[in-house]
Write a protein that binds this ligand. Structure first.
Ligand code: FES
Ligand SMILES: [Fe+2]
Length: 345
């Protein structure tokens, strides 16, 4: 079961062509995306109401989509407007349409009741297209449920162990627990680690000598349904200040979104904008490659973990102090799902 009344990242903007169609399944719902004459994105159920053929295998005709099985023609609202060899088109002949918003490079879709689709609930990701920040677009596909990936993102004590050569950091980094706060729509984590070893990439880009000590911070929100917005970075040891003096630091504004595809598969969108050396595409590429390598490490571990869990559905996870945010987020998801499914009085 998934939360329905929320915005999910469905695609990078460039994935939905100006002409043509784009298919992606979100929370078990096959969707087809297209653009109207003004370039505005629309989303319809990717299942023809005649015999369930995917409309994404159809043909875009201006703003309309023709199902290429038996030729029904749909407008961008999902209404069937023409049936071959039949003059009358029943009003009931339509496919569901979904609210969609394109903002800061991501295309968000609302999977629940359309009248509840409040655009103010879309998490803001201005760093994805801000001129002072640089990043490359990332996408990874997982063959696991999204909650195992959310668990991973809510507990970065794994960094020195699973990512020793990429995101890394020394074991003292893992020893510092984040401050965890529960918010209405997510979890807020704050972590400062003073006088810790700089990760390898910091030595490369920040002029820190290998083995130099830094003050490292990581503030992030992890929001319903699975959106991570992170302010992270480091500065020379002794300069880091929790209340904000972080000039001359290496800073990142990570934007990540987990979107369940099915019960056992997940779309993972990410970018890791940086504010230094922004005129060096090789640096942006190298940061992106480092993240990709780390995410492969995560995926390999989480997929293996998932295999073990499927072999023993009764397995009970041990709860440690590093798991505070993991537990809180899972309870929040349950609370949302229950509130959406309980019968109205
Ligand atoms: S399945 Fe689409 S027209 Fe028949
Ligand atoms: Fe990781």
């Amino acid at each position: 079961m998934f939360i329905q009344n929320c915005w999910y990242v469905a695609a990078w903007d460039k994935e939905v062509p100006r002409d043509g169609l784009f298919a992606r399944t979100v929370v078990n719902m096959p969707l087809v995306f297209g653009r109207d004459a003004a370039g505005k994105v629309f989303a319809l159920q990717d299942r023809c109401c005649h015999r369930a053929a995917p409309l994404s295998k159809g043909r875009k005709e201006g703003e309309h989509i023709r199902c290429m099985y038996h030729g029904l023609l749909f407008d961008k609202s999902g209404q069937c407007i023409a049936v071959p060899a039949q003059e009358r088109v029943p009003a009931a002949l339509k496919v569901r349409s979904f609210p969609v918003v394109e903002t800061h490079r991501w295309i968000w879709v609302w999977m629940g009741a359309p009248e509840l689709a409040d655009t103010a609930l879309i998490p803001s990701t201005p760093w994805l297209d801000h001129p002072a920040w640089r990043a490359l677009d990332g996408y990874v596909h997982y063959d696991t449920n999204y909650l195992l990936i959310a668990d991973n993102l809510l507990d970065f004590s794994h960094l020195p162990y699973l990512h020793p050569t990429t995101l890394g950091g020394s074991p003292d980094y893992a020893a510092v627990l984040p401050h965890v706060e529960r918010k209405e729509r997510g979890i807020h984590l704050t972590k400062w680690v003073k006088n810790t070893e700089a990760p390898l990439y910091a030595a490369e880009y920040g002029g820190f000598k290998p083995g130099a000590k830094v003050d490292r911070w990581m503030f992030y929100e992890f929001l319903i349904p699975g959106v991570l917005l992170m302010d992270s970075g480091m500065t020379a040891a002794g300069h880091g200040d929790k209340d904000g003096f972080r000039e001359k630091s290496l800073a990142f504004r990570g934007c990540q979104a987990l979107t369940p595809e099915t019960d056992n598969s997940t779309h993972y969108f990410f970018a890791h904008p940086h504010n230094f050396l922004i005129d060096r595409p090789d640096v942006t590429q190298s940061i992106h490659n480092g993240i990709l390598t780390a995410f492969d490490e995560d995926r390999e571990m989480i997929t293996a973990q998932d295999r073990n869990l499927r072999l023993d559905p009764d397995f009970k996870m041990a709860v440690l102090s590093v798991d505070a945010a993991v537990g809180q987020f899972r309870r929040l998801v349950d609370r949302y799902i229950i509130s959406e499914t309980k019968p109205a009085n």
